[in-house]
Design a protein around this ligand. Structure first.
Ligand code: GSH
Length: 240
């Protein structure tokens, strides 16, 4: 039987060994970083189990596995532990040969990693803007900066003339970028895509992907979770 999806907090019994032929993901249902790993697990058809962690009240056994106390964290049947979302995803792509998501060409692979570095300058806006808004402050300057970043990514697609960032099929970089786009509507930031039609089209192509469909929540669900998060009482088990 699959373990309960309910998040485990401090004092919960440590989970037993990872079943043979499976990999375990310590996750949080609404975490965009952990969603990266879930996307890769599903896209590659990797047998896995998920244990959700209460990040407000972390179990000691979780902190022993990952001293940073962050999800996503992977654990193998032999007890190897891997954390940090890009590292977990690269690990899965290296270990499981089905449907390679990273290009085999070293330069193409390097380009994806460079793009991911650029993208890591975008994700902070998805925290800064809602927090600034919650304080009742003006976010127009921050939104303008975000639109400028989106324009750079739009330009890449315009020049490449492909549906996705690595070509005409989905590759790793698309999955690495996706989780925050799924949350744009919840953050009232969907209008920031209005001036970047190729990037908007990319989001439409992404929405057709089976792994994206399998991992996504509705905007209404995100809204409920996000409200609880902003109030300092994240409802990790909302909807279960
Ligand atoms: N750099 C990490 C990665 O890419 O995996 C970031 C992961 C991260 O921030 N995860 C959040 C977390 O575990 C949940 S969305 N937070 C717990 C904490 O900050 O204590």
């Amino acid at each position: 039987m699959a373990p309960s999806q309910k998040s485990l907090g401090k004092g919960s019994p440590a989970p037993g060994p990872v079943p043979k032929d499976h990999i375990r993901l310590y996750s949080m249902r609404f975490c965009p970083f952990a969603q990266r790993t879930r996307l890769v697990l599903i896209a590659k058809g990797i047998k896995h189990e998920i244990i959700n962690v209460n990040l407000k009240d972390k179990p000691d056994w979780f902190l022993e596995k990952n001293p940073l106390g962050l999800v996503p964290t992977l654990e193998t049947p032999s007890g190897q532990v891997i954390y940090e979302s890009p590292i977990t995803c690269d690990y899965l792509d290296e270990v499981y040969p089905e449907k390679k998501l990273l290009p085999s060409d070293p330069f193409e692979r390097a380009k994806q990693k460079m793009l991911l570095e650029h993208y890591s300058k975008v994700t902070p806006y998805f925290y800064k803007i809602p927090v600034t808004k919650a304080k009742g402050e003006d976010v127009s300057a921050l939104e303008a900066e975000l639109k400028e970043k989106f324009a750079q990514f739009n330009e890449i697609l315009v020049n490449k003339k492909t549906k996705f960032f690595g070509g005409d099929s989905i590759t790793m970089i698309d999955y690495m970028m996706w989780p925050w786009f799924e949350r744009l509507e919840m953050m009232d930031l969907k209008h920031c895509l209005d001036g970047t039609p190729q990037l908007k089209k990319w989001t439409e192509h992404m929405l057709e992907d089976p792994a994206v469909k399998a991992t996504m929540f509705s905007t209404d669900t995100y809204k409920v979770f996000y409200k609880s998060y902003m109030e300092g009482k994240p409802d990790y088990d909302f909807g279960l």
